[in-house]
Design a protein around this ligand. Structure first.
Ligand code: FEO
Length: 183
């Protein structure tokens, strides 16, 4: 008896997204190592924490595929891109990776909608919300860097930015949770 609840197309799309999350984890890991080598221990810590978060995203998808009775395909992960040239470019590159990851999430959500696979569609909504938060988190950091001078940030500003990221929250309050009393 076949108990597989996922179509071939959905299984392939989920497996591809699982690899994409693993790739994202490697990117954060690699940029974290770069930041540490530049003396930015706080930023490295932030990026290493995010490498773990991406790994968790990968595991969620792996677990979902298994729980729906389909086959997980663990494949090789593409190498991370070249190191950034400076901190601003580091976070700009991260933002672009997140936007690309969002496209991957939307793709799986779109296929599940077309196939009327509401279980997968529902599962993907967690990722849709997570991507809003991740994009917002990096956008906020980019804003702060731009205010501080972007590529021309002074040593003092770089020092403060690095120190702040060591203990910065990894979460952003989504717009859905905003009220007039708590904007
Ligand atoms: Fe799993 Fe940063 O997206």
């Amino acid at each position: 008896m076949n108990t597989n609840r996922l179509s071939k197309t959905i299984t392939a799309a989920l497996n591809a997204q699982m690899t994409k999350e693993a790739h994202a984890s490697q990117i954060y890991l690699s940029y974290g190592a770069w930041a540490s080598s530049q003396g930015f221990g706080g930023i490295a810590n932030f990026l290493f924490r995010h490498a773990n978060e991406e790994r968790n995203h990968m595991m969620k998808i792996l677990e979902y595929i298994l729980k729906r009775g389909a086959e997980v395909e663990v494949t090789s992960i593409p190498a991370p891109p070249e190191n950034p040239v400076n901190l601003l470019s580091c976070f700009e590159k991260i933002f672009l990776h997140e936007v690309d990851n969002t496209k991957g999430i939307y793709k799986v959500a779109k296929i599940s909608h077309e196939e009327e696979d509401w279980a997968t569609w529902n599962f993907m909504q967690w990722f849709v919300k997570e991507q809003i938060e991740e994009e917002t988190l990096i956008m906020n950091l980019l804003d702060k860097m731009k205010i501080a001078g972007g590529e021309k940030m002074s040593s003092n500003e770089l020092y403060s930015f690095d120190r702040d990221l060591e203990s910065a929250s990894d979460e952003v309050r989504p717009a859905q949770d905003v009220t007039t009393m708590k904007p």
